[in-house]
Write a protein that binds this ligand. Structure first.
Ligand code: PRP
Length: 186
């Protein structure tokens, strides 16, 4: 029989509390606002995982921003590992030629997704291109990624919440946590 999902009960350990996340997001927003003062900034969010981070981050930024959304997914791979082959499910809506662009990601794991995306977006001739990620798992990196704004560096554990999913569930948790092992066993 299929196990009943218990959104918070399935979480074994909270890694980052809502307060920790919100405090750090506010700091990042302040830094970004200072660094790009007097400019307009285009935030490109990578769906779906970065949705809560993007929504919170953009509201802590005090300079004018445009937003655009891309959705990518990695081909194949298992539920907890990415394969490195990236497929664009939703492309940019507007041109970023000549724009100052900041990619907003939820997590960098192997770096393969961003490695692809950076090359793809550079090809669209932005004036500048920087990277902001809420989470970074340096232990898993396969390609080097120049991160300009980082929320938290985390250990190599499979995390859910605040946008991150397991089987498309748990994205709406307000914290980042680790699931109980029995959840994966099903
Ligand atoms: C996750 C995450 C990053 C990517 C990071 O996306 O949002 O885009 O994996 O992994 P990497 O550094 O090993 O490439 P996912 O493909 O799970 O899609 P989602 O955001 O819709 O959950």
């Amino acid at each position: 029989m299929r196990r009943q999902i218990d959104l918070t009960g399935d979480v074994a350990e909270i890694l980052l509390t809502e307060d920790q996340i919100q405090g750090r997001v506010a700091e990042l927003g302040r830094r970004i606002s200072e660094d790009y003062a007097g400019q307009e900034l285009t935030l490109v969010s990578v769906l779906k995982g970065s949705l809560p981070f993007m929504a919170d981050l953009m509201r802590t930024i005090t300079i004018p921003v445009r937003i655009d959304l891309m959705e990518v997914s990695s081909y194949g791979g298992t539920a907890t590992e990415s394969s490195g082959l990236v497929r664009i499910l939703k492309d940019l809506s507007s041109s970023i030629a000549g724009a100052d662009v900041l990619i907003v990601e939820d997590i960098i794991d192997t770096g393969l997704t961003l490695n692809y995306l950076i090359r793809y977006l550079r090809g669209k001739n932005p004036r500048s291109l920087r990277i902001c990620t809420l989470l970074d798992k340096p232990a898993r990196r396969l390609v080097e990624i120049p991160v300009d704004y980082l929320g938290f560096s985390i250990p190599d554990r499979f995390v859910v919440g605040y946008g991150l999913d397991y089987g498309e569930i748990y994205r709406n948790l307000r914290f980042v946590g680790v699931l109980r092992p029995e959840v994966y066993a099903d």
